[in-house]
Design a protein around this ligand. Structure first.
Ligand SMILES: [Zn+2]
Length: 310
């Protein structure tokens, strides 16, 4: 993932972004008047008909206008200075706001012939449309995984410095780790927790009554017990954060107990990095931890655990 602000894909603009992902530039054309339309919208900007169709185009065009920004338009673009912000007119006549790449400042001239450069900005294949001179050999900018060049520790985990925001963002993933070890939550453990917490409600501690009256047919573990047992479940994170002074458990953004853990169950856990956010307080890494009864698709605990590094 990129730390720079990215376009939000909407229902209307999705075919454009999806096309770039697939290596194709798609622009809308009106079936009534044949007019070409950009930016993506519902109706034709020439005849107002609600009859637009996405068509692949070459992406060839000319430079309509440009400016070189020497002061970042946002702090996130500081590493791109000067940025060549441009308006490109495609062969079809539509104009696109974009940036020019692979050009020296004195090579940029209004009216010059341009061709598209597909710039892949993250591991998911999300792609931005940039342009360069028609006679350049540049056609695409591949994604450079910021984690690729980082060192690993003895356990093979990638070492990510807390002051490397690009690498930290690259840790965010939809994919969970492998399952952890499993442990058994038996009645003795539940009783110990009941004593410790003072929560000795019969649904947890009275197997005879639970057999007769509980909808689960047996006693179940306290949700908060299963939550804290997370410390005994070692899911292997593929990274290690380095270079911080202190690391604190900052609490939880979300804590849910969607499925019960009947006494005697085996549980296991897995996790993924849900987000990384930087603020004046430090770097907050949110780990989405799921604890499951082994074999149950539905998690027993969902915990968005926030770890704060300073
Ligand atoms: Zn039209």
């Amino acid at each position: 993932m990129n730390v720079k602000p990215m376009p939000e894909m909407t229902e209307i603009s999705k075919p454009f972004w999806q096309g770039l992902k697939e290596g194709e530039i798609r622009i809308q054309q009106c079936n009534q008047c044949d007019g070409w339309v950009f930016f993506p919208r519902r109706h034709c900007s020439h005849c107002l008909a609600h009859d637009l169709e996405w068509k692949p185009v070459s992406g060839k065009g000319t430079l309509y206008s440009f400016t070189l920004t020497r002061i970042p338009t946002l702090p996130e673009f500081a590493d791109e200075m000067p940025q060549a912000l441009a308006v490109v007119e495609l062969e079809q006549g539509v104009r696109i706001n974009t940036t020019l790449v692979g050009l020296e400042e004195d090579e940029i001239k209004v009216g010059m012939a341009l061709k598209p450069v597909l710039d892949q900005v993250d591991a998911k294949g999300n792609t931005l449309l940039r342009f360069t001179a028609a006679d350049k050999s540049l056609d695409s900018l591949p994604y450079m995984n910021p984690l690729g060049s980082l060192p690993r520790n003895e356990q093979g985990q990638i070492q990510v410095a807390v002051d490397n925001p690009t690498a930290l963002q690259a840790l965010v993933s939809d994919e969970f780790t492998e399952w952890s070890n499993s442990i058994t939550v038996d009645q003795e453990l539940i009783n110990t927790f009941a004593e410790l917490s003072g929560d000795n409600y019969w649904i947890h501690t009275d197997p005879e009554r639970a057999a007769k009256e509980s909808p689960f047919g047996t006693t179940i573990a306290h949700g908060s017990l299963v939550q804290v047992l997370q410390s005994r479940l070692n899911f292997a994170l593929p990274f290690e954060i380095t270079g911080f002074q202190t690391m604190v458990n900052y609490g939880s953004d979300r804590l849910r107990f969607p499925a019960p853990v009947p006494a005697g169950s085996e549980i296991q856990a897995r996790a993924r990095v849900k987000s990384v956010q930087q603020s004046r307080k430090g770097t907050a890494l949110t780990l989405e931890v799921h604890v499951h009864v082994v074999g149950n698709d539905r998690p027993s605990v969902i915990n968005d655990l926030v770890i704060l590094y300073r």
